[in-house]
Design a protein around this ligand. Sequence first.
Ligand code: NAD
Ligand code: DAU
Length: 339
Amino acid sequence: MDNTFEPKNIIVTGGCGFIGSNFVRWVAENHPETHITVLDKLTYAGNPKNIAGLPDAQVELVVGDICDGELLDRIVPGHDAIVHYAAESHNDNSILDPEPFVQTNVMGTYRLLQAVRKFDVRYHHVSTDEVYGDLALGEPRRFEPGDPYRSSSPYSSTKASSDLLVRAWERTYGLRATISNCSNNYGPYQHVEKFIPRQVTNILCGIRPKLYGTGENVRDWIHTEDHSRAVWDILTKGTIGETYLIGANGERSNIDVLREILSLMGQPQDAFDWVRDRPGHDRRYAIDPTKLEEELGWRPLHKDFSEGLAQTIEWYRTHESWWRPAKEATEAKYAAQGQ
Ligand code: NAD
Ligand code: DAU
């Protein structure tokens, strides 16, 4: 049976953030038949410049909070799907102040699910591999869709909670919902608080990069464009009620990524500082993307991490006016916590 879904009018929550805006730009370019309403609160992480220049007739920005049920009642009718990216997304922030994470990630998802129920629209929930906790360094195992939830940080626990709400609403109320759990994204428009942009912009500012703990922690890097393509495939071809894991076989230790940045930017290999480790720091994430590949035929296009990293460095080098306004305050916050 052909269960292809052809969305004509979607809401993208968090569409002014890093991954959400890359998705909006990708859909605008590749699916001009689809209208996009971006719903974004424009927190410190949201920037309307991320979607500037897209056609007004195709992309509309509504500034608002996903926790605002009345707003959802006004804007959801007339749309055929919601793709939910909006979140408080940074682990270090969640350790300092978990409350906005509980509010946006849990309550916000709850409000969206109630609106999805009320107006019977399709729903795709964007989540993280961190819901599965971490893996030991060096073990061959990778995360699989049926793995138990073992989240360890306040951030990942709120994301795990939101995933469980989606599963419950799908089973109990028959919502037409899918979930994806993706590994670490890199690419343009990522906030300077995150690992790769922080180190790149530090070097551009003459500040030494900062490595947490031993630097041995492993992340599984995927270019954000490949994440966007996967989310579109799941939205349009995925099976209702299913969870898909998104990853591009990009496992690397933090110290290896940092050394690659240093070398691409012409810096000595030891030109960085070791800093205080993140409390509860997850050791290793790794995704087994077999289900996504076999069921939906998705494959990553950005297979060469070094090339993608070089392009990302170049993007930050040529977009200083984009990242500069957030840099000083971000570094001051890190310095206050010894990082
Ligand atoms: P981000 O922090 O860059 O962007 C979050 C966006 O959500 C911002 O535009 C912000 O203004 C908006 N937002 C926050 N609270 C809101 C609210 N209450 N109402 C409306 N809008 C609100 O985040 P990101 O890194 O782009 O992550 C996007 C999504 O992808 C998140 O759900 C995250 O858990 C998930 N994810 C991220 C990664 C990663 O590597 N960054 C990997 C897997 C999954
Ligand atoms: O795995 C998916 C997750 O990836 C997403 O759900 C999160 O939203 C996203 O922020 C990301 O989480 P991480 O905690 O893995 O990303 P972050 O960029 O904060 O850190 C990546 C690694 O680098 C992590 O092991 C901590 C380390 N680190 C980070 C910073 C900011 C450093 O060593 N130095 C730093 O300065």
